[in-house]
Write a protein that binds this ligand. Structure first.
Ligand code: AMP
Length: 479
């Protein structure tokens, strides 16, 4: 997962990009970067670390220009090495291209092998560099960015929301299934595209709409224009964005994420009511769910856990004992709210089970009588290949255990997950328009060795190259 942003603003973009990246920090804490363009010069500053660690006002002042893009990285492909920090720049024949990407391609290896055979040299291990290389290569022969993106989209398989800066114009496009989010906003003297609407809010802007799946948006000093590059017979919005990844105050594909989570909380009570004294969220991810659960059950919402929000990634933990202590520094119990209480503990998801086990144990040690764990996602049974850092089946606690075995493993009195139908209803999209790969093991794109769902993508005819005319790609059901 990553966060991306692109801005064109007549009064300069480096500070707005910085504020927008700050709002998207939850989408990636590994590295941050900004590219801007002024006159004939592309400026880039990027490094490993949080947004506040990577930039200061002197650096931002040097990033001149009225157009730029930014990125925060959460590594899903490519190792955590400085070379993999985005945006990536491509320069030749008067072209200055800078590119940043959120998502994950599933055909990186074959594309890379093909382009290496053609003499392309790659300097990173990321799929983003492949996207940039294909576009840069296509721009040598095609006359427009539109054709280059069309050619690129035809080659890519997987999830991608991309922002690109080409000689002072910002382009943004989203894969034909719209797997990763991307939205457009109006700001004072220009426009912004960003992974989540909270970046638009940070600039006091107005959310206009989402970038449509398969759409290419172009922003320059004349304003905003758009071309539909590809259309598909379905969407595949990442269901995990609604469950965990997006900020609750974001509006994604027309829906306020907080509302989705609150509705899930309500349905969690309906699905398996329990008598209890308090509803307690796992902070921060469980808060909206617990609010909904408390509302529906009329059991009071009481915080039993407090999170220390000032513990940065740089917190030093050299020994196992210190690491264990660090857990208590990060999260502590409010004993008075838990002692002798029957507690409904609400969290968004159980992945490996380590977090839930630790928290259930802490709450029990604080004196709770019963701990009823309620989870805002169905059991996660399969890995994600499309951009969420979700481990292998062997590491996923629910992939080989039923609900009772998971309950026993985490030590809760009772355990209930939200049923998939209820989750889908709470989101408001039909199940066929969501990617539920991690919950069903059935993916919207072909992945070797996995089941995939039927999906047809049409590419709208190109303007310049005959061989780019409309064609149909049919994905067969490989159940
Ligand atoms: P665990 O079950 O110990 O693997 O941790 C699950 C918890 O981590 C969930 O309650 C989420 O709040 C959070 N979480 C879920 N998915 C991710 C992810 N891909 N990256 C980081 N944290 C996650």
């Amino acid at each position: 997962m990553c966060g991306i942003v692109g801005i064109v603003d007549a009064s300069g973009v480096s500070f707005p990009l910085y504020y927008a990246l700050y709002a998207l920090q939850h989408r990636g804490q590994e590295s941050a970067g900004i590219s801007t363009f002024e006159g004939t010069t592309l400026y880039t500053h990027k490094a490993q670390g949080l947004v506040a660690e990577v930039f200061n006002s002197q650096i931002l002042q040097k990033l001149q220009g009225n157009a730029g893009i930014g990125h925060v990285r959460y590594p899903t492909t490519g190792s955590k090495i400085p070379e993999n920090v985005q945006p990536f720049n491509f320069r030749y024949l008067g072209l200055e291209l800078s590119i940043a990407h959120n998502g994950n391609l599933v055909n990186t290896a074959e594309l890379r092998a093909e382009y290496e055979r053609r003499g392309q040299i790659f300097s990173t291990t990321t799929d983003t560099e492949i996207i940039g290389s294909i576009i840069a290569d296509a721009l040598r022969t095609s006359k427009s960015m539109e054709d280059a993106v069309r050619l690129c989209m035809r080659r890519l398989r997987g999830s991608y929301s991309v922002v690109a800066l080409v000689n002072g114009t910002v382009y943004a496009f989203r894969d034909p299934l719209g797997i990763k989010p991307l939205c457009i906003g109006k700001i004072d003297h220009g426009y912004i595209v960003a992974s989540e609407s909270v970046a638009i809010d940070a600039l006091d802007g107005t959310l206009l709409r989402d970038v449509r799946p398969g759409e290419l948006v172009c922003i320059d000093e004349d304003g905003l224009s758009s071309t539909q590059i590809a259309t598909a017979n379905r969407r595949a919005h990442c269901i995990f964005e609604y469950i965990y990844f997006a900020r609750a105050d974001s509006v994604m594909d027309g829906t306020l994420v907080y509302d989705v989570r609150r509705r899930i909380g309500q349905r969690l009570y309906d699905a398996k009511p329990v008598e209890a004294d308090t509803v307690c969220p796992v902070p921060d991810s469980g808060i909206a769910y617990a609010a909904g659960y408390a509302e529906r059950s009329c059991i009071p919402f009481v915080e039993g856990l407090m999170k220390n929000r000032y513990m940065g990634r740089t917190f030093i933990m050299p020994t196992q004992q210190q690491r264990e202590r660090a857990v208590r520094i990060k999260l502590n119990t409010v004993r008075g709210n838990l002692k002798d209480k029957r507690v409904v503990l609400v969290d968004d998801s159980i992945v490996r089970g380590t977090t839930s086990r630790r928290i259930v144990n802490m709450i029990r040690e604080a004196g709770a009588e019963e701990i009823h764990l309620r989870v805002g996602s169905p059991p996660i049974i399969a890995p994600c290949y499309l951009g969420v850092d979700m481990p292998t089946r062997a590491e996923l606690i629910a992939s080989s255990r039923d609900v009772e075995a998971v309950r026993e493993s985490v030590g809760a009195t009772t355990l209930a997950y939200i049923p998939l139908e209820d989750l889908v209803e709470a989101i408001g999209w039909s199940e066929t328009n969501l990617c539920t790969g991690c919950l069903t093991g059935c993916y919207p794109v072909d992945i070797p060795g996995e089941r995939s769902c039927h999906c047809i993508v049409d590419y709208v005819a190109g303007t310049h190259q005959a061989d780019l005319s409309s064609f149909k790609m049919e994905k067969e059901r490989t159940a």
